[in-house]
Ligand binder design. Structure first.
Ligand code: NAD
Length: 453
């Protein structure tokens, strides 16, 4: 690992990455690389997760191409030194904020969007002028292989390196002296990463997970709520960090809501989702086993079937769920949707605020006072009113968690900022020199009080 880091440091010290032209060229190269490997990536995503080409393109390939275009368009403006005001007692100075790359950064990605969650932060890291070590998920082997081949072909190894391997390799990486670590994954591994980084005082961004609540108020348009929740939940077979984990629905509309959910599941994936090309599969047998254990047969409202060989789990709705059920004890991260009923919004707020701050929260309500009440009384990484998932798809919104669901946000300009140190700089005139600050201080306190009050 030391050799790798030294190679990267040497490359960084050539100062090539400091040039805006270099960065723009690398972004263009990345675009060319993705376009060349587009088909391979889409095939790999189908093999690893059963992703349909539409989802593979919109959520992974096209997502990153779009982001490269956006970054290239704005990078010159973002990277410019920012001139700021200078306080009066610093008279004769000019003040700037400079965006300086950290140096060599490590990016670790999870399995669920194995291409996008590695490449999207990479775009920010390149834009900010860093050299990068990429660690794709070991669970999605086909995507990992394409990424390795693609990056090897298009980038110098000392500038961008892909490292493959499992937990041991990740452990070695996070214990190495990178200048920044950007980790996307589970809360538990997030803690491991932060502990290791703390040992070397390495700054981190943690994009984690947790249980993201969805609330359906009695003022909601029930049909549309069910449609948008079914879409956000069963996308990628529920393996989306910001998928609705569970739904709190007002008891007066609960039967109708469940019925509508079932209707949309059938509309989206047909009467046998196992045969649907639009529906994904679970990443590994281990993950499959974990999920099956969360399905209580007596609480199944619809779905519940599975096939271990095909890594298939039917979109499943659980009813009459309580917080003591195992399905409420951990982040689900699969196609199982527990429904809880509520009578009074305050119960829901109490439940949400007594638990870890979630990565996402979704509220379906037409009543503005309900919207205000929920927004005012809860804290969460990001979310939507009357929709699910969509806040992730905007370069204008920083994407990330809060508290145990993560720290730091990225996408668009925020990705550039994440991978840049904001360096403060004062350029002082040598023509004027304020005598006030120098000793002896005799009789100067009064003068100082004129400036600083
Ligand atoms: P994970 O945390 O299990 O694994 C991520 C990587 O960490 C793995 O590739 C592995 O190499 C490494 N790892 C695992 N255990 C380790 C250990 N004990 N020590 C050191 N390294 C270890 O995550 P995953 O299962 O790939 O992804 C699912 C999780 O990621 C979910 O919790 C989900 O919510 C979260 N996620 C978050 C976001 C986000 O943007 N916030 C996006 C996608 C997924």
């Amino acid at each position: 690992m030391m050799d790798l880091l030294n190679q990267h440091r040497r490359f960084y010290q050539t100062l090539k990455t400091k040039s805006l032209d270099f960065r723009l060229k690398q972004l263009l190269t990345l675009r060319t690389a993705i376009k060349k490997y587009e088909k391979d990536i889409i095939v790999a995503l189908e093999q690893d997760l059963g992703k349909h080409e539409f989802e593979a393109y919109t959520n992974e390939v096209g997502f990153t191409l779009d982001s490269i275009g956006y970054t290239m368009k704005h990078l010159k403006k973002w990277a410019k030194d920012q001139r700021v005001k200078t306080p009066i007692h610093q008279f004769g100075s000019k003040s700037f904020i400079q965006f300086e790359p950290y140096g060599t950064v490590l990016i670790i990605a999870p399995f669920n969007y194995p291409f996008q969650l590695l490449i999207e932060p990479l775009i920010g890291a390149i834009a900010a002028g860093n050299t990068v070590v990429l660690k794709p998920s070991e669970y999605t082997v086909h995507t990992e292989a394409v990424i390795l081949k693609m990056m090897d072909e298009f980038f110098e190894k000392d500038y961008i390196t892909v490292i493959t391997g499992g937990r041991e390799m990740t452990t070695e990486l996070i214990n190495s002296k990178f200048d920044y670590i950007f980790f996307t994954g589970s809360v538990n591994v997030g803690k491991v990463v932060m502990k290791a980084a703390a040992e070397n005082l390495i700054p981190v961004t943690l994009e984690l997970g947790g249980k993201s609540p969805t609330i359906v108020d009695k003022s909601a348009k029930v049909d549309l709520a069910a449609k948008r929740i079914a879409w956000g939940k069963f996308l990628n077979a529920g393996q989306t960090c910001i998928a609705p984990d569970y739904v709190y629905v007002h008891q007066s509309i609960e039967p109708l809501f469940k019925e509508k959910l079932k209707t949309y599941i059938h509309e989206f994936y047909g009467h046998d989702p196992k045969e649907s090309v639009d529906y994904g599969h679970i990443v590994t047998k281990r993950h499959h086993n974990r999920l099956i254990d969360l399905i209580h047969p007596e609480k199944i409202y619809s779905g519940g079937s599975h096939d271990h060989e095909k890594l298939y789990i039917e979109p499943t709705i659980l009813e009459n769920v309580t917080w003591s059920d195992p399905v409420m004890g951990e982040e689900i991260f699969g196609p199982i949707l527990p429904i809880l009923k509520f009578e009074n919004l305050d119960e829901v707020i109490d439940m949400i605020t007594s638990r870890d701050k979630p990565l996402a929260l979704y509220l379906f309500a037409e009543d503005k006072s309900v919207q205000d009440k929920i927004l005012k009384s809860t804290s969460f990484g990001g979310g939507a009113i009357n929709d699910t998932i969509s806040h992730v798809a905007s370069p204008y919104l920083p994407f990330g968690g809060v508290g145990p669901s993560g720290m730091g946000g990225y996408h668009g300009k925020y990705s550039f900022e994440v991978f840049s140190h904001r360096r403060s700089l004062i350029k002082k005139s040598t023509k004027i020199d304020m005598k006030l600050i120098y000793p002896p201080y005799k009789d100067k306190v009064k003068l100082a009080k004129l400036f600083m009050k």
